[in-house]
Design a protein around this ligand. Structure first.
Ligand SMILES: N[C@@H](CCC(=O)N[C@@H](CS)C(=O)NCC(=O)O)C(=O)O
Length: 159
């Protein structure tokens, strides 16, 4: 893993990813960017660790909630972290989290089993202070799911 200073991006990052963003996965000759696409690449490359349902409807469900994280939570959280449209984004984030809380009612994971959809939310939960996201007992289903994900050994072992 190579970390880089995003305020002073190395030329190599722009050569690997035309968007100039992290993460970028370099796997031998393969270069993959965009976190959702990296996750799908890894899922397809290592079928011995299945992280997608087999049925089309289950797969759609995973993709719907991956998209929800990336286009809603991360978008509003990113605005807040960058001090942009903070009031509006805080209100939106609150709403998005409430929707997620309701969605997680009675569920252990987003799909039947742990999947790339759950994985997609982990970076948001890890950095929730940065996004000023409050996930407490007022969002019990969301909080239980977040705690379940953050206590997984692989997540705890990740710096
Ligand atoms: N949609 C992209 C977003 C990646 C992204 O925004 N990365 C941030 C760091 S968390 C970044 O590289 N920012 C630098 C920049 O936008 O110039 C993904 O999911 O990979």
């Amino acid at each position: 893993m190579i970390e880089c200073d995003l305020k002073n991006k190395p030329k190599e990052l722009l050569e690997l990813n035309p968007y100039g963003k992290v993460p970028v996965l370099v796997d031998g000759d393969a270069v993959v960017y965009e976190s959702a696409i990296i996750n799908e690449y890894l899922e397809e490359k290592y079928p011995e660790v299945p992280l997608m349902p087999k049925d089309p409807l289950g797969r759609s469900r995973v993709r719907i909630w991956v998209d929800y994280c990336n286009t809603r939570l991360q978008h509003a959280g990113g605005n807040i972290a960058h001090d942009y449209e903070v009031e509006k984004s805080t209100e939106q984030l609150k709403q998005y989290l409430a929707t997620l809380d309701e969605e997680m009612r009675g569920r252990e994971y987003i799909a039947d089993k742990y999947s790339v959809a759950d994985i997609t939310y982990i970076p948001f939960f890890v950095r929730k202070e940065r996004y000023k996201a409050v996930i407490d007992d007022s969002l019990p289903h969301l909080k239980a799911w977040m705690d379940r994900l953050l206590s997984r050994p692989t997540v705890r072992a990740t710096p």
